[in-house]
Design a protein around this ligand. Structure first.
Ligand code: SAH
Length: 410
């Protein structure tokens, strides 16, 4: 079996159970592992440290799965980790959840954070959607799918490995139905909000998930609870939802009684789905859905002196690597400054970042910078994070990527 020796001083993160070994930390490789093969990791002093899978093209050369010398990296390990992830999710639901009207969508397996580097599994009612993002799991796809089928007994399992991470792993995109039967085209689900978890969320909005080939599932599960929390500020308010996608926040705002709704996204297709979901949920308040660029539309509103009571900013990931950190934080500063300027005194700014490289601390500084430039007093009312079906493993802080603030702007 292949093994590596780390450079002196590079063993500490591995000993602390961080699951990544970068190519630069490796002093010596013995054997010729193929992608996905098991590799033993030793310290410079020759001590066995951990066991993982090889990925020859990626900067993250080894993903670690176990720190127990006696634990083989085999199907049983995958089964045990999947069982653990499932039991963690089951305990998020109270008994009463069974009474929620529609199937719930949530993250069943959160990759590294669940001890399964590269493997994401989302549950959409009776269906599973998996992403196999690294060589270690992509080369074991069939077995993982088989184990999932046994443990969950789903109607169908889709693969949707279309993330940019696959490119870094020298893996082609892969999508399609991998097991069982096709999902209905209009599969309706609810998000796992804190109310839904306690069986009280039956009236909350529901959403259409397109699991069928080629389409993104289109639902951002990590904001599940945040939509509910933001909605609590929207009653009788004029709400602007920026980067609305298919209207996650818009629908919750409408459901909670917003008096007027404007939603912006660059994707026309997303806005069509938004309108379909407005209808599906029987919402009477018209949603003004605008296809365009948030940056330029907010500038136009500023020129027009068009103001709002609540503004939601849920942009895509702006920061993709450390080198772009500064430029990307300028993007966050820009939209936050514009939003602060467009709020009536006492208005609410709900602002998020899903860039893992932007810490909660840095994000708060960016919003502070926007407040300073706008010469407005801004109070933090609530801090937002990814929902508890996206847990953060202490030994893997990179898994904490979503942060946000609900602020009052005077
Ligand atoms: N708030 C959504 C998720 C947002 S995902 C929800 O709750 O479901 C980010 C969205 O930003 C995507 O839909 C993408 O189409 C859109 N987007 C990216 N850049 C944009 C831009 N410059 N202007 C408008 N929309 C943009």
């Amino acid at each position: 079996m292949a093994s590596v020796t780390l450079r002196p001083g590079r063993e500490r993160p591995v000993q602390q159970r961080h699951p990544w070994v970068f190519s630069g930390a490796i002093a010596q490789l013995r054997g010729q592992p193929r992608n996905g093969d098991v590799v033993e990791v030793h310290s410079a002093a020759g001590e066995w440290l951990a066991r993982g899978t090889w990925s020859g093209a990626s900067q993250i050369r080894i993903r670690l799965f176990t720190w127990d010398a006696d634990e083989p990296l085999d199907d049983d390990l995958f089964r045990r980790r999947l069982e653990r992830a499932i039991s963690g999710r089951n305990s998020l639901f109270s008994q009463a959840t069974a009474s929620v009207a529609r199937p719930v969508a949530y993250r069943l397996v959160a990759a590294e954070s669940d001890g399964l580097p590269g493997l994401i599994v989302d549950q959409y009612g009776d269906y599973l959607v998996i992403q196999l993002l690294t060589q270690g799991v992509a080369t074991r796809a069939n077995r993982i799918i088989q184990i999932l089928a046994e443990l969950r007994n789903p109607r169908g399992i889709y693969e949707r490995s279309d993330s940019e991470v696959r490119e870094k792993e020298a893996l082609p995109f892969a999508e399609g139905l991998r097991w069982g039967e096709e999902a209905p085209v209009q599969l309706q689900v609810q998000f796992l909000s804190s109310e839904v978890r306690q069986g009280r969320g039956g009236s909350e909005p529901h959403f259409i998930a397109n699991l069928d080939t080629g389409q993104k599932t289109g639902l951002y599960l990590d904001q599940a609870d945040n939509r509910l929390r933001v909605a609590a500020y929207c009653r009788n308010q004029q709400v602007l939802d920026c980067f609305c996608y298919t209207g996650g926040f818009t629908l919750y705002a409408a459901w909670s009684g917003a008096s007027a709704l404007t939603a912006i996204d660059s994707s026309v297709l997303a806005l069509e789905k938004l309108q379909a979901q407005v209808e599906l949920n029987g919402i009477n308040t018209a949603v003004d859905a605008i296809a365009g660029d948030v940056f330029s539309l907010l500038r136009q509103y500023r020129t027009m002196e068009r103001y709002f009571d609540v503004i939601i900013l849920d942009p895509p990931k702006f920061v993709h690597n450390q080198a772009h950190l500064e430029r990307a934080t300028r993007g966050y500063k820009d939209i936050n400054l514009l939003a602060v300027q467009l709020l009536r005194p006492g208005g609410i700014l709900a602002t998020c970042s899903c860039s893992g490289l932007v810490s909660a601390d840095l994000f708060q500084k960016v919003v502070f910078g926007a407040a300073v430039d706008a010469r407005r007093d801004v109070q933090i009312l609530e801090r937002l994070a990814q929902s508890p079906d996206h847990p953060v493993l202490l030994s893997f802080p990179e898994g904490e990527y979503l942060k946000g603030l609900i602020c009052r702007v005077w």
